[in-house]
Every structure is written in structure tokens, then in C-alpha cells.
Write a protein that binds this ligand. Structure first.
Ligand code: IPM
Ligand code: MG
Length: 379
């Protein structure tokens, strides 16, 4: 296909996506379901080892609901890099079918192939799942109470440079072009979710982060739409920052406490949330919610650490981030009491009491011991 045709195809796809978004239904109401199906996806590397522990903790917290038939867990074990590479698809069709039978998912990390490695040029499973299930909001909280930090990032999850990240074009040997996509409905829905979150949680400031002074069309649109949505929330103060100075302000101890809720296009959100998680103790401590109207997926922010598995150390991998993702899942489907218990246990086991230390090696606790420690803190 020549590049002009390729460009036309891309535009047609994106215009169709906009129509789908406009026609889209409202958020699913978990209370109206007879049964909530929770899919557990191990993923790659240390994923199956740590996800197993998170499953055990959730199963214990929801034991009564499972008995009553209100909740069902389903293990989905086909989302491995070996399977994806064999069919050269980011999510094999049969696995996607299984995933779509669930309402919410808890997912371990999946390996993202790099150019030139043995897996071939398969798109990231994370990115593919966000698109396939239209998980448009990546919600990433970072809290460090002793430093007065309580941030919630609303990272747009389906657009920006990620929308067509695997569909750039080589015009000729010298010129490569990638595409950045920002749409009105795509921006409006993430902005509304962020402002609703602020309103419900008594936050009085929302910060919009772009580079609209330079990237005038797409970031300009993102900023304008967020400001339009802000008009429906007059009680909330709104400010906007450019991504470069925002990364600096997160390290500014005098200023950073002023931030509460942040809205960002996909790539800036990817970068800024890693920086933010680092203050909290690293990406291994953070959980991440990928929310859509029909589906939601909760995952650890870190990678699959294949070297740990090669060295036989996966049983020492830290499951706290995927367990934290599990707490977010409980809260999202309406089991707030169970979520609060789990958050409290996580705080005790990783901050205040910290009787077990996980080092990722033999000198530290195993994930199994850690999961039991968490369970011992839940009555
Ligand atoms: C994240 C990760 C992913 C991303 C990768 C694994 C594709 O960095 O969830 O932040 O870039 O979004
Ligand atoms: Mg990232």
C-alpha cells in the first residue's frame, strides 16, 4: 500500500472510532448484574507467580460472595508471549474471547516485544487490550501521607501517540512519520471522569497537563476540551501546566502538595506516572486501573522481569503492586469495605509494621509468605 492510501485508511478508522465513541453506551452498573465475573490473567515472566497471590487474597475477601454465586473467578492463562508470538497477534483471538466473557480483569505484567528480539513485531498486549476493550482511562493514584502527597493521575489510555503507535509510515528510506491522535469525545470522557472523581472525593483542584504551546492542534484540542468540561464543575479550580515544567514541579517540595487530580494525554501520562510512582517507592509499589464503560482491567505498573524467572527467583517477586491493583478492583466493583480492609493490610505490611521484607532474592520473604502476611492482617 502506498503511504497516501495508508494515511486514508488510518483517517477512516479513526473517524469510525469517533462515531463508535459517540454512540457508546453508559457505564456498566455492577449492582444490576446477577454475577460479576473476575478474570485473572497471569501474563508473562513473574506475572503468574505474583498474580496467583493476588487471586488468593481476593478470593479470601470475596469468599462469601463466591459462595452466594454473586462473584466468579476465571483463570485466563493464554496471554503469554509464546502464544502471542506464535500467532503474531497482540491478543490471540481465543484469549480475547475469554477476556470478553468477564466484567473485570486482574492482570499480571506482559512482555512487550522490542524491535529485533525473537518474538517478532507484535504490538504490546497492554496497549492492544486497552484498545480492544476501550479502557480509556488509566487511573493511577500516588499517595505519600507523611509528605502530604495525594495525587490521582487520569491518563488518557487509547489515543495520543499510542493510538497508531504500530501504524507509522516509512515514506522513503530517509523519512519516517508517526501519527498522534486526539479526539473530542476521547478527551471529553477522560476529562469528565477526572472532574467527577474530584467532585466525589472533595478535591478542589484539577490540573491539565499538555504541551499546547508547541503541539498546537492535538494538545491544543485536549486543553480546550478539558476547559470546556471544567465549566460544569464551577466549584473546582482548574490550572494548566506544560509537561516539562510539570515534571520539574513534582520534585519541588514547596509546590507539589498543591496538585490533586491531573489529566494528561497518554504519553505524558505514561512518563509522569512513572516519575510520581518513584517518590512512593518505585513502580513496583503502584497499582493501575484501566477503566472503560463496559470493561475494566487492573494491573501492576511494573514489567514482567523475565530475568527473575530465568534465575528461578519468581517465588521471591513482590506481589504488592498487583495486590494493590486488586484493592482498586474491589473498590471499582462496589466492594468498598473489602477494598478498605485490603488497603489497610497493605499499609501495615509495607509501611507501618513491615515484618517481612521482600528483596526479590533468597534473603527476602517469598510472595507466598507475603500473601499470608497480608491475609493475617485481615479479620
Ligand atoms: C504502562 C507501561 C505500558 C505503557 C507499556 C508496558 C506498554 O509503561 O502501563 O505505563 O507504555 O503504557
Ligand atoms: Mg509506563
Amino acid at each position: 500500500m502506498d503511504y497516501k492510501e495508508q494515511f486514508e485508511t488510518i483517517i477512516a478508522q479513526q473517524l469510525a472510532r469517533i462515531e463508535d465513541m459517540k454512540a457508546g453506551a453508559d457505564f456498566i452498573d455492577y449492582k444490576s448484574l446477577d454475577k460479576i465475573i473476575i478474570g485473572i490473567i497471569g501474563g508473562d515472566g513473574i506475572g503468574p507467580a505474583i498474580t496467583k497471590h493476588a487471586h488468593k487474597v481476593l478470593a479470601s475477601l470475596l469468599a462469601d460472595e463466591v459462595k452466594k454465586g454473586k462473584v466468579e473467578f476465571r483463570i485466563i492463562d493464554g496471554l503469554t508471549i509464546e502464544n502471542r508470538s506464535a500467532v503474531q497477534k497482540a491478543i490471540p483471538d481465543d484469549v480475547l474471547e475469554e477476556i470478553k466473557q468477564c466484567h473485570v480483569l486482574l492482570k499480571g505484567p506482559t512482555t512487550t516485544p522490542r524491535a529485533g528480539d525473537k518474538w517478532g513485531n507484535v504490538e504490546s498486549a497492554n496497549v492492544a487490550m486497552r484498545k480492544a476493550l476501550d479502557l480509556f482511562a488509566n487511573v493511577r493514584p500516588v499517595r505519600i501521607p507523611e509528605k502530604g502527597i495525594d495525587w490521582t493521575f487520569f491518563r488518557e489510555n487509547t489515543e495520543c501517540l499510542y493510538a497508531l503507535g504500530s501504524q507509522g509510515v516509512d515514506i522513503n528510506d530517509d523519512l519516517a512519520i508517526d501519527f498522534r491522535v486526539i479526539t473530542n469525545p476521547g478527551t471529553e470522557r477522560i476529562a469528565r471522569l477526572a472532574f467527577e472523581h474530584a467532585r466525589k472525593n472533595g478535591k478542589n483542584r484539577v490540573t491539565i497537563v499538555t504541551k499546547a504551546n508547541i503541539v498546537k492542534k492535538t494538545d491544543g484540542k485536549f486543553l480546550n476540551i478539558c476547559k470546556e468540561v471544567a465549566k460544569d464543575y464551577p466549584e473546582i479550580e482548574v490550572d494548566d501546566w506544560y509537561i516539562d515544567i510539570m515534571t520539574a514541579k513534582l520534585v519541588d517540595e514547596k509546590r507539589r502538595n498543591q496538585f490533586q487530580v491531573m489529566i494528561l494525554p497518554n504519553l505524558y501520562g505514561d512518563i509522569l506516572t512513572d516519575e510520581a510512582a518513584e517518590f512512593q517507592g518505585g513502580v513496583g509499589t503502584a497499582g493501575s486501573a484501566n477503566i472503560g464503560k463496559r470493561y475494566a482491567m487492573f494491573e501492576a505498573v511494573h514489567g514482567s522481569a523475565p530475568r527473575m524467572v530465568e534465575e528461578g527467583r519468581d517465588k521471591y517477586a513482590d506481589p504488592s503492586s498487583v495486590i494493590r491493583a486488586g484493592a482498586m478492583l474491589l473498590s471499582h466493583i462496589g466492594y468498598q469495605q473489602q477494598a478498605d480492609k485490603l488497603y489497610a493490610a497493605l499499609d501495615a505490611c509495607t509501611v507501618t509494621e513491615k515484618k517481612l521484607i521482600i528483596t526479590g532474592r533468597e534473603d527476602g520473604a517469598t510472595g507466598d509468605e507475603f500473601a499470608d502476611y497480608i491475609l493475617s492482617k485481615i479479620d
